[in-house]
Design a protein around this ligand. Structure first.
Ligand SMILES: N[C@@H](CCOP(=O)(O)O)C(=O)O
Length: 501
């Protein structure tokens, strides 16, 4: 459809123009800093930053219902820059010209209702947001699209001439950063730091395939993060972890997409997200807060953050009921099937603390909760979800296990409707499924397979007949015998009765 085909009230707003008054805002001392620099922490007090539009309230000039129409009609435009997170341009990066937008197909991932049987098992209406359907097969792509579009803009405007993008990763961030950097080649190159032996082979193959320099370090993610911070403080590199506030801004599209998928009716909605480096829960809260402030949604959804008991610093913090007595302490992580969230010192923790407060205040009641689940629960619920026709990774399993735990604790009621983040494609983490099926988990995971969820391929061999493996081609009576006897053997194992004699 062409812009002129749209309703008159929508037309002037359909294709956004650059606007706003963007600054980096320090969460520690409230200082603001020039947006056209690469900045990750406050030069005055070293705290983390968020990006703020000082002219945000101009959005109130458009009533909530009209905003909804604008976003809904924008969906049918055939403009690549508006197909991803910049469909919500005014809220994601209002000062960015559309020519700078990098869109590789991210965002707008499907929200799929769980099968009736699975919903019955869990006891409430629930949906999975399949973030594995992003281009690098994880939720990181929204934030990368935002950060790399910004870098592209700085390159196009001559503020930067070339960029080396660096990140620390448990596997998803590195895949995403390497992909977007490769797209902007030759002016952008990338280097990723991974904890040796702690990313899956599929995840390792991603940055290698995109041509990143891949460094493996003897340690965990938190150690890699420290090295990357050292690099970004002392060398001319761009940090692409969610410490980079542009990453958070892009990830806020996750909330906008959910709002849109539920026709902006967010009453009774619960959003469940796993917590690792805590960038995602930060973005989810900030996104919903912004839409609520402008009147695009009518209620702030409940947010349940989930952590494995092998890496639960955020849960430990909120475990103390008295906010005045809460103290954050990093933890030493243990190996986890939610490997992407094996993080003991999340860089976004100060953002989480600040935004959860703001969120609860805006809602007039507590709306942000964090629950802890076991490795066993994560695996059992991942496999249960997939047995019911979903494609959840271990972190999607963690979301489902978190929802079940939150229900047991009375945080989620029968009337609530939940959207669960399946953060990555399940194929990235199929090694954990394999370990479960083969009962091969090292003891420290504490995972024992439920026989009802175990599966394995069966080799079909019929004694005394020739098989295609014996000869180059099987033909004539030998082929007929092979096909018939093999079919009979499979039918026998499946308990099928022959319908034709
Ligand atoms: N799970 C992450 C860890 C880094 O998170 P980030 O959002 O700060 O980049 C990963 O996949 O590397």
């Amino acid at each position: 459809m062409n812009p002129s085909d749209f309703p008159c009230d929508v037309q002037p707003h359909l294709v956004p123009r650059p606007g706003g008054d963007m600054v980096y805002k320090c969460l520690g001392c409230d200082a603001t800093h020039d947006i056209n620099t690469l900045l990750y922490t406050c030069p005055s007090c070293n705290s983390v930053l968020l990006i703020e539009d000082r002219d945000f309230d101009r959005h109130r000039a458009i009533p909530g219902p009209l905003w909804r129409k604008i976003f809904d009609f924008r969906k049918s435009l055939n403009i690549p820059a508006l197909k991803g997170v910049y469909r919500f341009h005014e809220f994601i990066g209002p000062d960015l010209p559309l020519e700078a937008v990098v869109w590789l197909g991210e965002g707008g991932t499907p929200v799929v209702e769980a099968s009736p049987l699975l919903q019955q098992k869990v006891g409430i209406r629930l949906f999975f947001k399949n973030d594995g359907q992003n281009p690098s097969a994880s939720f990181k792509d929204r934030g990368m699209a935002s950060a790399f579009s910004r870098i592209n803009f700085l390159l196009q405007s001559g503020i930067l001439s070339n960029v080396l993008a660096v990140c620390a990763s448990t596997g998803d961030t590195s895949a995403s950063a390497a992909l977007y950097a490769a797209y902007l080649k030759p002016r952008v190159t990338s280097a990723v730091l991974l904890p040796h032996g702690k990313v899956t082979p599929q995840q390792l193959s991603q940055p290698l395939g995109n041509g990143a320099a891949v460094f493996e370090i003897a340690g965990v993610f938190d150690d890699c993060m420290k090295v990357v911070e050292e690099l970004s403080e002392n060398y001319n590199v761009a940090l692409l972890n969610s410490k980079n506030a542009w990453r958070i801004l892009g990830q806020e599209s996750y909330s906008y997409e959910i709002a849109q998928d539920f026709s902006y009716d967010t009453r009774n909605l619960t959003v469940v997200v796993p917590i690792g480096n805590a960038g995602n829960i930060t973005a989810v809260m900030n996104g919903f807060l912004k839409f609520f402030r402008i009147g695009i949604i009518n209620a702030l959804p409940k947010i349940i953050g989930v952590q494995s008991d092998h890496a639960s610093p955020v849960f430990q913090y909120y475990r103390e009921p008295d906010p005045a007595r809460r103290r954050f302490a990093p933890v030493t992580v243990k190996p986890s099937v939610a490997q992407a969230a094996m993080i003991g010192n999340p860089v976004s923790m100060p953002r989480v603390i600040r935004l959860a407060d703001r969120y609860d205040q805006a809602a007039g009641q507590r709306r942000v909760f964090v629950v802890e689940v076991s490795e066993q629960q994560i695996m059992d619920w991942q496999l249960t979800a997939n047995r019911h026709g979903n494609i959840v990774c271990t972190h999607g399993g963690e979301s489902l296990a978190g929802l079940v735990t939150a229900r047991q604790q009375g945080l989620v009621t029968d009337d609530d409707m939940a959207v669960l983040d399946s953060t990555a494609h399940m194929l990235k983490f199929s090694n954990f499924q394999q370990m479960y099926f083969e009962n091969a988990f090292p003891a420290h995971y504490g995972v024992t397979p439920d026989p009802a969820l175990v599966n394995a391929p069966q080799l079909v061999e019929v004694p005394g007949i020739a098989t295609p493996a014996d000869r180059e081609t099987l033909s004539g009576p030998e082929m007929t015998t092979f096909v018939r006897k093999t079919a009979d053997e499979i039918a026998n194992r499946l308990g099928l009765k022959r319908t034709k004699q």
